[in-house]
Design a protein around this ligand. Structure first.
Ligand SMILES: Cc1ncc(COP(=O)(O)O)c(C=O)c1O
Length: 324
C-alpha cells in the first residue's frame, strides 16, 4: 500500500481513501484554517512503533488551541485514534498525518460558524530528501524568503497557513537547482528549512536557533538535542548569523520527514569537508538506533502499535493460569 490506498479516519469513522473528501466551500480551503501533524511509525524488531506519539498529539492540540479550534478529543483519544487507524490499515511502517480543520458551513473570514473537523491519513513515505542524501548530504541555499515575523503567523502552531511560506522557500530552492532552502527570520538570523529544523557544529559543539527565531518546536529537534547531550556534546540554542552557516564544521537538518540529513554546501560554499561530518554521523546513528529499536528506549519515545507476540503469549499464559 502507498499514497492513495487504505482507510482514512474522519471524525471518528474509517472511510475508504477515495471517499475521504470535503466540500470545496470548506473554510480551510479558502482561509488556510487547519492545523496538522506529521509523525512516523517505524517497523522495529520488537514490532511497529510510533516515534513520540504523545508529543505529536500534544503539539496538535496546542496548535488547535492557538487557533481557537478545539476538537473534542483528549490526548488518550488522539492516541487511540492514531493507533486504531494504523491497526485498521495493517501498516508496519508509515507516515502519519492527523489534521484538524474548519469545515463546511458558510464562508467569510470569521471561522467561528464552521465546524471543526479532523482526519488522520497514513501513507508510505521514504527518506524525504532521498536515501542518498542521508549519507552524501544535500546542497541548499539561503532563501530570499524570510520566515514569518513574530506575532504574525505563530510559528509554534503547525498550521496549514505557515506552509504557504514553506512552499515559497521550497519552490525557489528547487527552481535554483538546490534540494532545500534555509530561511532566515525577519531579523536576519538563521531560522529553519521549509520543513526541518537546523543545527550547526563548531569545534565539537552544537548550535540551533531558539524558538524565538520563528521555528517550529520540532520534535526531532528536541530528540536530537537530548541524544547529543546523552553523547556528551554541548548544545546551545542561540541566534545564529547567516555567515555562521558557511564557517561551521558541519550543518544538518532534522525533522520527521527528513530525519537527520547532512548539508554539504550552502549557497555553493562547501561546508566542512563537503560530506557528512563525524558529529552528524554519530547523531544519525543514535537517532536511527532509537527509531529502529536497536537500543533500549530509555526516553520512552516509542509507542508500540500491535500487542507483541510475547505479550499476547503472556496474556494467554495468565488466562490459562487463572482458569486453571
Ligand atoms: C517548518 C518545519 N520546521 C521543523 C519541522 C520538524 O519538526 P518535527 O521534528 O516535529 O517533524 C517541520 C516538520 O514538520 C516543519 O514543517
Amino acid at each position: 500500500m502507498s499514497f492513495g490506498t487504505g482507510s482514512i479516519w474522519m471524525n471518528g469513522k474509517l472511510v475508504d481513501w477515495k471517499d475521504a473528501t470535503i466540500h470545496i466551500g470548506s473554510h480551510v480551503v479558502h482561509y488556510g484554517s487547519g492545523v496538522f501533524e506529521g509523525a512516523r511509525c517505524y517497523d522495529t524488531p520488537k514490532g511497529s512503533a510510533v516515534f513520540r506519539l504523545d508529543e505529536h498529539m500534544v503539539r496538535l492540540m496546542n496548535s488547535a488551541k492557538i487557533y481557537r479550534m478545539e476538537y473534542p478529543l483528549d490526548l488518550a483519544g488522539w492516541r487511540d485514534a492514531v493507533l486504531g487507524t494504523i491497526r485498521a490499515n495493517k501498516w508496519k511502517a508509515c507516515y502519519i498525518r492527523p489534521i484538524v480543520y474548519r469545515g463546511y458551513h458558510t464562508l467569510g473570514v470569521n471561522p467561528l460558524h464552521n465546524p471543526v473537523d479532523a482526519a488522520i491519513m497514513l501513507w508510505e513515505w521514504g527518506a524525504y530528501l532521498g536515501a542518498e542524501a542521508l549519507e552524501q548530504g544535500v546542497d541548499v541555499k539561503v532563501s530570499t524568503w524570510a520566515r514569518m515575523a513574530p506575532n504574525t503567523l505563530p510559528a509554534m502552531a503547525k498550521a496549514t497557513a505557515n506552509y504557504a511560506n514553506s512552499q515559497l522557500i521550497k519552490m525557489e530552492a528547487l527552481a535554483d537547482g538546490y534540494s532545500e532552502g534555509i530561511a532566515l527570520d525577519v531579523f536576519g538570523n538563521v531560522s529553519e528549512g521549509s520543513g526541518q529544523n537546523i543545527f550547526t557544529v563548531r569545534n565539537g559543539a552544537l548550535f540551533t536557533p531558539p524558538l524565538s527565531a520563528s521555528v517550529l518546536a520540532g520534535i526531532t529537534r528536541d530528540a536530537v538535542m537530548t541524544l547529543a547531550r546523552d553523547l556528551g556534546f554541548s548544545v546551545t540554542e542561540a541566534n545564529l548569523p547567516r555567515e555562521s552557516l558557511y564557517i561551521a564544521d558541519e550543518v544538518f537538518v532534522v525533522g520527521t520527514a527528513a530525519e537527520v540529513t547532512p548539508i554539504r554546501s550552502i549557497d555553493k560554499i562547501v561546508i566542512g569537508s563537503g560530506r557528512r561530518g563525524p558529529v552528524t554521523e554519530a547523531l544519525q546513528r543514535a537517532f536511527f538506533d532509537v527509531i529502529n529499536g536497536e537500543v533500549p528506549d530509555t526516553h520512552g519515545w516509542l509507542t508500540y502499535v500491535y500487542p507483541s507476540e510475547s505479550s499476547l503469549r503472556s496474556q494467554q499464559v495468565a488466562a490459562t493460569a487463572t482458569r486453571g
